[in-house]
Design a protein around this ligand. Structure first.
Ligand code: SF4
Ligand code: SF4
Length: 109
């Protein structure tokens, strides 16, 4: 059975947090629990401040198995307006990653 995961393209992320909200609502998680988090990384240049957003899955991510077994996309994938998150098999995601170098694969067990 192929292993599934998420490919997240970091530099497309706008920091909107819709993925976190969608994940929380889908699972009815209680306070402090969420399957995906978005961190802000602030760096300073000579005359500018840069903010990068870094989405990553947590140990609570179950890859939305209740949705995907019905042929639906995970909640975070569906609600990301910037199309940063792709769901698929790890081997499919690895191929896609060749074209999206600023991305990471998350494959929770
Ligand atoms: S795949 Fe599902 S459980 Fe995992 S982060 Fe996305 S919405 Fe949350
Ligand atoms: S929904 Fe997409 S754009 Fe918004 S924070 Fe999550 S990964 Fe980034």
């Amino acid at each position: 059975m192929p292993r599934n995961g998420l490919l997240i393209q970091h530099d497309w992320c706008t920091g909107c947090h819709a993925c976190e909200v969608a994940c929380k609502q889908e699972h009815n998680f209680s306070e402090g629990m969420v399957g995906i988090k978005v961190d802000e990384v602030v760096s300073t240049g000579p005359d500018k401040v840069y903010v990068d957003f870094m989405p990553y899955t947590t140990r609570f991510c179950d890859l939305c198995t209740d949705r995907t077994k019905l042929g639906e996309q995970p909640a975070c994938v569906k609600h990301c307006q910037a199309s940063c998150i792709t769901y698929g098999t790890v081997s499919e995601l690895a191929k896609l990653m060749e074209k999206q170098p600023l991305s990471s694969i998350f494959a929770p067990k």
